[in-house]
Write a new protein. Sequence first.
Length: 527
Amino acid sequence: MKRILYFTGYRMVAQEWSGSTLSSSVYFEPDDQGLDLFSAYLESLKGEPVRLLVDLIEEEFRQLKIPLLRGRDRQELLQRNFVKFFRNSDYRHAVTQKIEKKTRKEERLLMLGLTNQYLLKPWLEIISKTRTPLVGILSLPLVSEGAVARLKDQNRCVILVSQQVPSNLRQSVFLDGKLILSRLVPIASFYQGDYASDVIRDIESTQRYLISQRIIERSDTISVNILCNRRHQDKLLAKCEEGGFFDFQIHSIDELMEKEKIHVDDQQDFSSVLFCYQALRKPYANHYARAQEKRYFYHFMGSLATKLIGILALAFGLGFFATSVVKGLLYNQSVTEMNLMEQKYNTKYNQLAESRVDSTTSTTSMRDIVQAVDTLEKNFQARPAKMMTQISQHISLFDNIRLKELDWFVSNSSTTTSSREVQWQQANDPRRARRQPARAGNDLFEIALISGEFLDFDGNYRFVLSSMDDLENAMKSSGFYDEVSVLKRPLDVESENRLSGEVGVTKSKKAENAPFVIRLVKKVPMT
C-alpha cells in the first residue's frame, strides 16, 4: 500500500494506492476539525512514508541561463538567484534543462518556488508532530513532464491543459519536452456557463504571452493537449474545430486511465488522479522539502538499512552455522574412515614386520643398486640366462665334470674376483679405496665364477689336467667370453710349487676329488 498527499492550496487529500488501483481518498478541510482528523490519520499510518504533491496558484517559474559551473561556485550562484526571485520563500528548487555550447558553455535552468509558504505550514507542522516520514514535496507541473512524454507529440511547443479543482485551470507550457512555465487560471464556468469558450480564450492568452516573450515565433505551431471529462469533451472538440490557430488534441480522463490501466470506482471529472499516480509511479527527486522536514524519512531509511543489515547478518550466521554443521558431519565421517584406514595399515604393517628381512645395506648403497638395476633393465642386456646357457653347452662336452657352484654378478670392473668386492659408490676411506679394483670407465661386466670337480677321479692328474686345458680352450675359442681364466686346477703345476707322489706300476690310491675354479668375464653390450 502506497500513500500520497495532494494539496491544492485549500484542501488536503490523502490517496491510498494498491498497485494501480485507487483504494480510497480521504479529504481534510483547513479548519480545526480537519487538522485534527489529519493528525489522527497520520498517526494511524504508524510511521509509513508519504509523498506530498502540491498544485498551488502561488507557484512561480523562472527560466534563465548561467555559466556552466560546478561545486561551491554553482551553489553560490544559485543562492544569489534564489534571493533575487524568491526572497521571502524557503521552498525553492532549480532544475537543469540543457547545457548549451556556444562561445562558452552555459546551463539553462528552470527555477521554481512557492511565493506563499504559509499555506503549507499547518499541514507540515502536523506531519512533523506525528513523526511521519516525508519522502518529499513534489510540484505537479514538474511531474506532468512524464505525462507529456507519453503523449508523444511531434511539435516543439506543447501546452498541457488540465483541471484538478473546479475553480482553477492549469496550463503548463513545454518546449522540447521541458517545462518552461506553468500557471493556474481562475475559471468559474466548470459547472455552469460556456466552459469551452473560457478554456480557448485562456489558451489564446497563453499563446500571446509566449510570442511577446519571444519564447516562440508567430509562425510556430503550438500543440494543445486538453485533459477533460466526458461531459465537456464534445463541447471542447466543437469549439476547437472552429479556429485553426492551434493543433488541438482532446483527451478523455477516463480513456487515459484505461490506457494507463488505472482502476477507479467512479468516473473522474478532474485529472488529479492521473498526476498522483504519476508521482507514485516513479521515484521523483524532492523539489521543495527541507532537511528538517525530511529528518524522519532519513530515520526511516536508517531503520530499513539496519533491518536489512540484521537480516543479512542473520542469513550469514545461518549459512555459516549450516556450513559448520556440514563440515562437522564430514569431519566425523572422515575421522571414522581414517580410523578404519589406520587399522588396515597397522594390520598390514604387522604382517610385513613379522616377515621382514634385516639388512645392513646403507640407503645410499640401496639407491645405487636400484639405479644400477634400472640402468641394466633399460639400457643393457645383463641377465644370467644367456651366460648360463653358454656355460652349460661347454660343460656338457665333458660328461665327467660336475658343477658344484656358480656365482654370477655384474661389476663395473673386469678385475673383480668376487661379488663382495663390487663398489657402486666412492669409498670414504682412501686406504680402502686403494685396495679395491680400479674401475674401468663406465662399462659393466658380467662375471661368472664356476666351481666344479671331476667325477670318478682315480688319481690320474694327467687326464684331468688335459681335460681342464680342453675346457679352457673350448671356452676361449667360442668367442663368447672376453676373458677366461682358471683360478684353481685339480693339481697346481706352477714352477714355484712342489709336486710329490709315488711312481710305480701299482695302481695308486683313489683320491677323494679333483676340484677346479674357472672365472669368466663378458662385457655387457649396449643395446
